[in-house]
Design a protein around this ligand. Structure first.
Ligand SMILES: C[S@@+](CC[C@H](N)C(=O)[O-])C[C@H]1O[C@@H](n2cnc3c(N)ncnc32)[C@H](O)[C@@H]1O
Length: 360
């Protein structure tokens, strides 16, 4: 039966669906509370204790007000995240739960992504205006976007950079060690370049990003580490052209929300020297909605798209391709940009993203 066909009103279906909506509301609230727990260090506080503790002890350990912590713990217990012993009014985060909710957690810290949910609320008024007018948003409307993004890519990019990501182009490690010129397009707070600059002192690294606050952060980090081989520049990459300048160009989740993604890819290809490599990470979902039903975090990603990636592109006068533009679109654009060889990879540590290695 097609979705357009009218059917008899099915009361039990309606009731089951209302239950599903109630569950979604609870899950959304739990996600917002997870963001809070992440930012306040509460998951780490809980994880450091092996025995259950009362709310006063947990709050004291976290340096927070007990009354609020107790309410947060209530939400976490009902959500099934924290265990509760009613007889002693004590709480415990099982190590199996800490394994995906704390810094450096073996399964990745999923609480990092909960911050996007909290951001949705922060920018809701602006988002409503966008829906009403078709207009866009500036990065300044997301005061903490680059901080959240750096934490996000700290897990998907930095954590796997040397073991999984750079080996996608087997020649890179040797060339980076020997000394080459590298550029990261849309570098954000610059963590990927800083990690590479630290590891490969013989190579030279440059990061460009539209946002001055992200670049200031990157410069301060590089300065603090005393790195002489990395620099960062605030630069709008629209119409980017520096022909034949780089041996290796990267972009980590930084093409789909540009003003002109295809134009940028054309510029990046031309910026490569002969034998150069372009490494591109972007969201690995499909351009076809129906193929994304089981894609990890697909609802979250469509929401991030509606609230952030689409409006920041439209806000620059761009097309607003959105987070879910799809790997098919990315691959087609790489072909249209003139790359000769294009490989597509999905990495086990990062099923949410697709990785392209493109050569001139
Ligand atoms: C999703 S963030 C990724 C940041 C970083 N690569 C990371 O992985 O953390 C996309 C980045 O593209 C930058 N960006 C968007 N439009 C741009 C433009 N027209 N020129 C340069 N950078 C741009 C944003 O400022 C943002 O830092």
């Amino acid at each position: 039966m097609s979705v357009e066909e009218k059917t008899e009103f099915d009361t039990s279906r309606a009731e089951a669906f209302a239950g599903r909506v109630a569950d979604l509301l609870d899950a959304g609230a739990a996600a917002a509370m997870m963001s809070l727990g992440h930012r306040l260090g509460l998951f780490e506080t809980l994880a450091h204790r092996s025995a259950p503790a009362d709310s006063a002890t947990i709050a004291a350990n976290a340096g927070l007000a007990e009354r609020y912590v107790r309410e947060w713990l209530g939400a976490m217990v009902i959500a099934g995240i924290v265990e509760y012993v009613p007889e002693t009014a004590r709480y415990r985060l099982p190590p199996e739960h800490a394994a995906c909710l704390t810094e450096g957690a073996p399964l990745g810290n999923l609480a990092v992504y909960a911050q996007h949910v909290a951001l949705f609320g922060k920018v809701e008024d602006q988002t409503i205006r966008n829906f009403e007018t078709g207009g866009g948003t500036g990065y300044d409307d997301y005061p903490c976007f680059h901080k959240v993004m750096a934490e996000d890519s700290g897990q998907t990019v930095i954590a796997g950079l040397f073991d999984h990501i750079l080996p996608l182009a087997p020649e890179l490690a040797g060339r980076l060690a020997a000394g080459i010129d590298v550029m990261d397009a849309g570098c954000g707070r610059g963590a990927a370049l800083i990690a590479m600059a630290r590891r490969y002192p013989g190579s030279r690294f440059v990061g460009y990003d539209l946002c001055a606050d992200a670049i200031e952060f990157a410069l301060a980090q590089a300065h603090e580490e005393g790195l002489q081989n990395v620099s960062f520049e605030t630069r709008d990459l629209t119409g980017y052209a520096e022909p034949g300048r780089w041996d290796f160009v990267t972009s980590f989740d930084a093409v789909h929300d540009q003003k002109d993604p295809l134009g940028l890819l054309k510029g990046l290809r031309k910026s490569l020297k002969p034998g150069g490599v372009y490494l591109m990470q972007d969201i690995g979902a499909s351009a076809n909605l129906e193929e994304n039903r089981n894609f990890p975090f697909a609802t979250l990603l469509y929401a991030v798209s509606a609230v952030h990636c689409t409006p920041v592109s439209i806000g620059q006068g761009g097309e607003g391709l959105g987070t879910m533009w799809g790997w098919e679109t990315a691959e087609r654009f790489l072909h249209q940009a003139g790359f000769g060889s294009i490989e597509r990879h999905v990495l086990p540590h990062d099923p949410m993203n697709v990785w392209f290695v493109a050569r001139v």
